[in-house]
Design a protein around this ligand. Structure first.
Ligand SMILES: [Zn+2]
Length: 484
């Protein structure tokens, strides 16, 4: 709800306020006189800010300093008319926030300190939002609400790059009790990112800069099939696939794809990027997945059902086939990294200790349940990861902080701000070319839907989580970007 549209008619107002502090959410009520509001609104502009400022002032008075958490006032509803709609919004407010037992005391204390009356019961919710709910697109919110209905859902975390996907939004992390869902992993099983810092120094002002970037760009396209292209001759992959479902046709189809797609990039948002960090070191980053093999497995099981008991035949078969695809995705990216290194005259063996290779679409059995990540990276304590933004702004190398609210996860990218169709319709090709100046890349109508303008602001997404669930270790800005 946009509070700038709240009616200001009437005299003194009783405001119902939804307040989010870190992972707590609750409804409060506070009386403001219209006169007081009138004076403040000139200065502060929005109702939310008036309340947020009052909150901070009160808190400072009571505790001496401002607490170490963000205060986001999500809804303020003027109840002059005592209308049903306002009341309903108040009642619904707080829906979707995860509360812990220990939070309740803190919450009550804050309300008491500020002389605010609590409204309604504190809800213990399963979902943790890393960004305010009102900034999330409605289709993704509907999908979240749908998943919250599941009895087997233990905990749910929403990453800052969240947007609608198939069944579960991308940027969703769901912990299920003894159940596994193919659609919570997604169609591109094992999609992920790998990165290697070559430690080679390269300067943008080097005389041979254009010549070298042209060489790497051309060689990459020569050696790695992209888009719908496959290998011209089938190759042998290290282990043969045999579907645990017993379905021979599935086995055959996946084997065929593995043989012709091992070491291929794919299309869409998959990319190879050569970037430089502050020290001018060359980093190679690759975003790709399990190619058509993973898609075939995902599609097969999604047609069998939405969720399986982990110990059921289908649950076990999916788990086994999915694990094979997760491994294939890791190997597929590793092979491409090795090919890219060979263009620089290097070999992957010497980079193995620092090689980062992570899947962001997967399901893992943990002590507490089956953890599904769809478009989210694992960010356990000290775990290295990669978060790419868009083809202009590069990639962040991050270290996990092991934040339980985030279910030890972080965003997998910047997240789309608009659909591919919308991007192709609304983004101007000349603007796209201009913004990509200085980066050797495929910049044309075919990649228009991958333009930086089609994605959320990268820094907004990173800073919504930096210091909370991840720590930034390095950043590579592209000089070459390769897409299908
Ligand atoms: Zn991906």
């Amino acid at each position: 709800m946009n509070n700038n549209t709240v009616s200001t008619k009437g005299t003194d107002g009783l405001f119902y306020v939804g307040l989010q502090i870190k992972n707590l959410a609750f409804g409060l009520k506070k009386v403001y006189s219209k006169q007081a509001i009138g004076k403040k609104i000139d200065k502060i502009k929005t109702w939310q800010n008036i309340f947020a400022q009052d909150f901070v002032e009160h808190y400072k008075k009571k505790f001496g300093s401002y607490p170490d958490f963000d205060v986001i006032v999500s809804d303020i509803i003027a109840d002059y008319n005592n209308d049903e709609e306002s009341r309903q919004i108040c009642v619904n407010f707080g829906y979707g926030f995860r509360l812990y037992d220990s939070s309740e005391e803190l919450f009550k204390d804050i309300a008491k300190t500020l002389n605010l009356n609590m409204r309604g019961a504190i809800r213990k919710m399963k979902t943790f939002y890393s960004i305010p709910r009102e900034t999330i697109e409605s289709e993704a919110l509907l999908q979240i609400a749908n998943i919250e209905e599941l009895e087997s859902l233990k905990e749910f975390a929403i990453m800052p790059d969240v947007h609608a996907g198939y069944d579960m939004p991308i940027g969703g992390v769901a912990l299920l009790d003894n159940q596994i869902s193919p659609s919570f992993v997604g169609y591109d099983i094992g999609c992920g990112v790998s990165h290697v810092n070559t430690r080679m120094i390269f300067d943008k002002s080097a005389k041979n800069f254009d010549e070298l970037t042209e060489f790497v760009f051309t060689e990459a396209y020569k050696r790695i099939p992209v888009g719908f292209n496959s290998l011209s001759k089938p190759v042998v992959y290290k282990s043969d696939f045999t579907s645990a479902s017993g379905d021979e046709e599935l086995t055959e189809r996946v084997r065929e794809k593995i043989a012709t797609q091992y070491g291929t990039l794919g299309g869409g948002n998959h990319f190879i990027e050569i970037g430089l960090n502050d020290k001018k070191e060359i980093g190679i980053t690759i975003h790709s997945g399990s190619r058509n093999a993973g898609h075939t497995v995902a599609d097969y099981y999604m047609k069998k059902g939405r969720i399986f008991n982990l110990d059921s035949e289908l649950g076990q078969a999916y788990m086994s086939d999915m694990n094979y695809c997760l491994e294939f995705a890791l190997e597929n990216r590793k092979k491409m990294i090795d090919i890219m290194l060979s263009i620089f005259g290097l070999n992957i063996t010497s980079f193995m200790p620092d090689f980062i290779n992570k899947n962001h679409n997967h399901a893992i059995v943990t002590d507490t349940g089956v953890l599904h990540r769809k478009g989210a990276i694992s960010a356990g304590k000290n775990e290295m990861g990669i978060i790419p933004g868009n083809m202009r702004d590069g990639v962040y190398i991050v270290k996990g902080l092991g934040n339980a609210d985030f279910l030890n996860s972080a965003s997998h990218g910047a997240g789309r701000a608009m659909s591919r169709g919308k991007a192709k319709k609304n983004i101007n090709i000349e603007d796209f070319k201009q913004t990509m100046a200085g980066i050797k890349a495929k910049v044309d109508s075919e990649t228009l839907d991958e333009s930086p303008f089609a994605y959320k602001n990268f820094d907004d997404v990173i800073f919504a989580q930096a210091g909370k669930n991840i720590e930034i270790v390095d950043k590579f800005v592209p000089i070459i970007n390769i897409k299908g």
